[in-house]
Design a protein around this ligand. Structure first.
Ligand code: UDP
Ligand code: MG
Length: 160
């Protein structure tokens, strides 16, 4: 038998990016989305969303023993967040570079946190730390049918 091309095709990498409540309140939504758009990644999902406590706890479950966990959950649920799914080869690691170090004072200028934030507890944006977590987090934050299937007209100008 023959494997169909869809089975042979390498799965496209996706990452979960979230503008945290401070980013929304500070009017940084356009600025932050713009950085991923300009880089050349493909936006597959986007929504403004008030996160319930149990979802925040599930999202950050690996950190639940850490002393800052209760504050982190209060922070993430303190106002609406912007949930995004971005796609492209290498998007997970590249997005982490665009975002910068967890502590904004250590984040390089030119990164989102390096340019726009001063404190770890108010670091404006989240990005998945591995392709597996990208999948897990997109599954947590988006429902079936909320991701768009589309091709950008820019693709042939970005990818040879
Ligand atoms: N965080 C915090 N205090 C800390 C470490 C982390 O408030 O000492 C928060 C911060 O918002 C961070 C999030 O917890 O972005 C998740 O921590 P992680 O180490 O996964 O950092 P990230 O992957 O977001 O850079
Ligand atoms: Mg993390």
């Amino acid at each position: 038998f023959q494997l169909s091309s869809s089975l042979l095709r390498k799965e496209v990498e996706q990452t979960y990016i979230m503008i945290k409540p401070d980013g929304v309140q500070r009017g940084l939504v356009g600025e932050i989305i713009s950085r991923f758009e300009k880089k050349g990644f493909l936006l597959k999902g986007l929504k403004l969303f008030q996160c319930p406590k149990d979802l925040a706890q599930e999202h950050y479950k690996d950190l639940k023993e850490r002393p800052f966990f209760p504050n982190l959950i209060d922070y993430i649920t303190s106002g609406p967040v912007v949930c995004m799914a971005w796609e492209g080869d290498g998007v997970v690691a590249s997005a982490r570079k665009l975002i910068g170090a967890t502590n904004p004072l250590q984040a390089e200028p030119g990164t989102i946190r390096g340019d726009l934030a001063v404190q770890t507890g108010r670091n404006v944006v989240h990005g998945s730390d591995s392709p597996d977590n990208g999948k897990r987090e997109i599954g947590l934050w988006f429902k079936e049918g909320e991701l768009a299937q589309w091709e950008s007209v820019q693709t042939p100008w970005l990818i040879e």
